[in-house]
Design a protein around this ligand. Structure first.
Ligand code: PGA
Length: 256
């Protein structure tokens, strides 16, 4: 697995359940590949549906990630795909705890925790998503919600697993996903500070300081730079805009 160079910004593309054919996936990848200037200062991780992982892995210099993993390595779990399988397929990362899975598929903090443990054990870097709802933010509960998600999600995760930037936290306010609404740079910065405080409490300062924290939710080529330069994020988790190849290229090239 390639490691994240600390100067590199991490740009994770979350394709979600798109596109509907390998042909379309190939076409996005071809445009992205030819449009990106250089990858010296930026690490691009494409998280496509499972079907497309091998193709993207073999045809590009990008890192590839899964959008979900199951916590057991193998067994009688119809329909599931394990961290071990994702790793064997060439994935280096796994998005875990995305709010869409928490909301539509009933993923609890306990399930998220099992998946994080399984990913780390199998050498996948979890992109651990946390975020508050609009209502929670309006009630001033965002900080508590995020702290609780992190504490529960990392329960029993040994400190040794968190070395070498092996875990990435993605702050994704639920109300910002796919809506065009985004938090202010100050709000993002204070959430990142809170996340590092929680990690310091659970582990230590060194781990907290080195933890990559990325932002996700309505990222596009117009606002991407601010999240990194003004809000101090280590990278971005890009949903909708990552399926528009030329828009995604514009985002990546802001950092390359
Ligand atoms: P969005 O999605 O960029 O379309 O808001 C982000 C995500 O859900 O990861």
């Amino acid at each position: 697995m390639s490691t994240i160079n600390h100067k590199q910004k991490l740009i994770v593309a979350n394709w979600k359940m798109n596109p509907v054919s390998l042909k379309e996936a190939d076409s996005i990848i071809r445009t992205v590949k030819s449009g990106i200037k250089k990858l010296e200062n930026v690490k691009v991780v494409i998280c496509p549906p499972y079907f497309y992982i091998s193709n993207i892995k073999s045809g590009t210099a990008f890192d590839v990630g899964a959008q979900n993993v199951f916590w057991e390595d193998s067994g009688a779990y119809t329909g599931e795909i394990s961290s071990k399988m994702a790793k064997n397929l060439g994935a280096g990362y796994a998005i875990i705890g995305h709010s869409e899975r928490r909301i539509y598929l009933g993923e609890t903090d306990k399930i998220v925790n099992q998946k994080i443990n399984s990913a780390l054990k199998n050498g996948l870097k979890p992109v651990f998503c946390v975020g508050e709802s609009r209502e929670e933010r309006d009630k001033d509960r965002a900080g508590d919600v995020i702290a609780n998600e992190i504490e529960k999600g990392l329960e029993g995760v040994p400190e040794g697993y968190l070395m070498n930037n092996n875990l990435i936290i993605a702050y994704e306010p639920i109300w910002a996903i796919g809506t065009g609404n985004t938090p202010t740079s100050d709000d993002i910065m204070s959430m990142a500070l809170l996340i590092r405080k929680v990690i310091t409490k659970l582990y230590d300062r060194k781990i907290a300081d080195n933890l990559p924290i990325i932002y996700g939710g309505s990222v596009n080529s117009e606002n991407a730079l601010d999240f990194v330069d003004k809000a101090g994020m280590d990278g971005l988790l890009v949903g909708g805009a990552s399926l528009n190849a030329s828009e995604f290229v514009r985002i990546v090239n802001l950092f390359s």
